[in-house]
Structure formats: structure tokens, C-alpha cells
Design a protein around this ligand. Sequence first.
Ligand code: UD1
Length: 380
Amino acid sequence: MTESAIHLVAGARPNFMKIAPLYHALSRESWCRVAIVHTGQHYDADMSDNFFRDLRLPQPDFHLNVGSGSHAEQTAGVMLGYGPLCESHRPTWTIVVGDVNSTIACALTAAKLGIPVAHLEAGLRSRDRTMPEEINRVATDAIADLLWTPSADADQNLLAEGVPPARIHRVGNIMIDAYEMLRDRIESEATREHFSLPPQGYGVVTLHRPSNVDDKATLSSLVAQLAAVAQRVPLVFPLHPRTRRRLEEFDLMAALSAAPQLHLVAPMSYVPFMGLVREARFAVTDSGGLQEETTYLGIPCLTLRQNTERPITVLSGTNRLIPPAQLREAVETVLSGAWPEGHGPDLWDGHTAGRVVESLRSQIERHRAETLAGNAPTRR
Ligand code: UD1
């Protein structure tokens, strides 16, 4: 089989743990050559470089240096960078992951150049079009040639949108592969000791969604809720740059910093952060990935959102959607031991990358065979 060139695209923090297991799995294959394309959507050391180091990823083969900006600037910037790259180093396939602006920008660019696109973490839907990520998911899935889903609900969403069943391959959850790949290091990491916290004696908080942090009244109320919870149980809150900026802009930083037992810290890289989560009593979050990681680890997750694109974490896992006003009450339920137990969904087993590699290899072989037979595969 001729060597296939694969572009593996990553742009923002939640992408890096998704590409890492797949990068390592593809690197071991002789039929392909994988190149990492970093769009530069996230660029700070603690939002990007530290993750590459933790996840044992090499320097990206290509860096588009797009940086921050409005959604239009960011999406267009990635497209302007990725188009010429596809022309000069045309891949056989482009793989995009997750739901960030870089995901749709590279999928759209490749699809228009006739390059087949595979989407890892396809089919998730919150049905909330006020979230930019939901638009990125729907649009990416509409143009992808191969859709790798984490769970049965994602398959159903795609089928309901008219995606041909042959394009949908359920492979499981790649985030669990990242955790298993680094389990030894995560378990030997002493993040909790660093804060002098007892095992299962603290909560971890992450917040960064525009719906929670961009509105002053909403963020003020969240700050008050968190300060009240911290009186009951210590909290560790790594601050996303967007959240830090808003706290400063709305003059809320002093109130938050003054709260006893509330540790405000810089964003943590993957291994120390998972080391902290693993031994937490609960998590409070608006992140997508943490809803999945806590479900896998069986840790109560209080998600401060009105909906989730990952309903399986609520249906079978430990995640619950909590209105901010009920946060204290929900924490009391956790502390009383009455929080429901859950179990990890099928195929969240640490072997997703292997299934993705197999799916891609057979797809490429099939395309080649069809082309040789003079029956070139057509794109929709
Ligand atoms: C992006 C993703 C979101 C994901 C989140 C994880 C989209 C639409 N959103 O949101 O789905 O959950 O990443 O972090 O793609 N900034 C820095 N340094 C950085 C990166 C950002 O200081 O390395 C600051 C910039 O001021 C920027 C702001 O953070 O304007 C927001 O970054 P951006 O990438 O636009 O969106 P996120 O909120 O991070």
C-alpha cells in the first residue's frame, strides 16, 4: 500500500488530549505518515506547549499561528492558513477533532479542495445553537466523509440528520485513551499534596463558557456561589484566560481571591490536572471533556449549563446539569453521599485510537480499490 499522508489538526486546549493517542497510534503504522497541524487558536504555554510536553507530542509539523480574535477572524484566519498548506503539502486525509473553530475551519478548507475529511468525536449535539461549538459540530459533520462517534446517541443524531450509515463508525471515547496512556504518571502526580488537601476532601472547578463568564450578573452570582461552597469544602479553581480577563474586567477578582479555602491557580496541564481530578470529591464545570472524564472515573460532576451535548454522561454517568442557584444544595448532596453512582459507556475503554486507525486504514484501502477499478469515489 502506498504511504498515505495524514493531517491531524489541533487548535485549542481540548483538542490536544484527543489527538495525542491517535498521533501515537498512527505513528506506529507503516502505511501512513502523520503530520500535526497546529492552528495556533490557543498559544499560551499553559494552554498549549505544556500539553504537548505532557502528552509526549512532538513539535507540530505545521503551525498556522492564527491567535485570538472574533469567531469570524479566527475561523477565516485558520482557513487562510490551511488552504495554502493543503496545496503545498496535500494530505490524503485530513482528521479534525472536537468542536472548536479550528475544527470547522480545517474541515471546510479540506472538503472544498476535494480532500476527504474524518471527524473524531462526531455526532454530539446540545441542540443549543447559541453555543458556537454546536454550530461547529453540525457544520463539520455535514461535510465530513467519515464520522467517528463516541456513543450510540451520537450515531442516532447523525442518522436523524441524514448521514449515510456507511460513514458512521462508532469507535468510543478517545479522551479515555489519553487518560489510560498517562495513567501511571497521573497516579504518581502529587497535585493534591501541593495544596495540602486530603483525598476526596475537595472540589475542582473549571469555568470558561461565554454563557457563564461573559455576563457580569451571571459571573457575579457564580462567584458568590463558589465562595459559599468553599466555606463548606475546599475548592481548586484553575483559571482559563477568558475567565481571568472577565473577573478582572468586572472587578470580581478581589472577592474570589479573598474567599477562604478557594485556591485560584493558573491553567494546569493535563497530567497535574487529571491527578487533581482523580482524587477530588466532585467537579464543578462547564467543560465538555470533564463531564466525560468524571463519568469514567465515577466522580460526581456538577455541570453549570442548561444542556449538554454529552447526555450519556447524565444518563449512565455521574454528571448532572445544575442551575447555578442550586450549586450549594447539590454540593451538600455530594457530601452526604447521596449522589447517584454511574458507569462508563461501552467502548470508553482506552482502545479507541486502535479502532480509529483500523477504520481509516480500511477506508483508504477501499477508496484505492475503487479508484483502481475506475470507479473513483465521489464526494457528496
Ligand atoms: C475555545 C473553544 C471552546 C473550548 C475552549 C477550551 C471555540 C469556539 N471555542 O474557547 O469550545 O471549550 O477553547 O479552552 O473554538 N486566550 C489566551 N491564551 C490562549 C488562548 C486564548 O490568552 O492561549 C484568551 C484570548 O484573550 C482569547 C480568549 O482567551 O480571546 C478566548 O480564547 P478562544 O480560543 O477564542 O476561545 P475559548 O474561550 O478558549
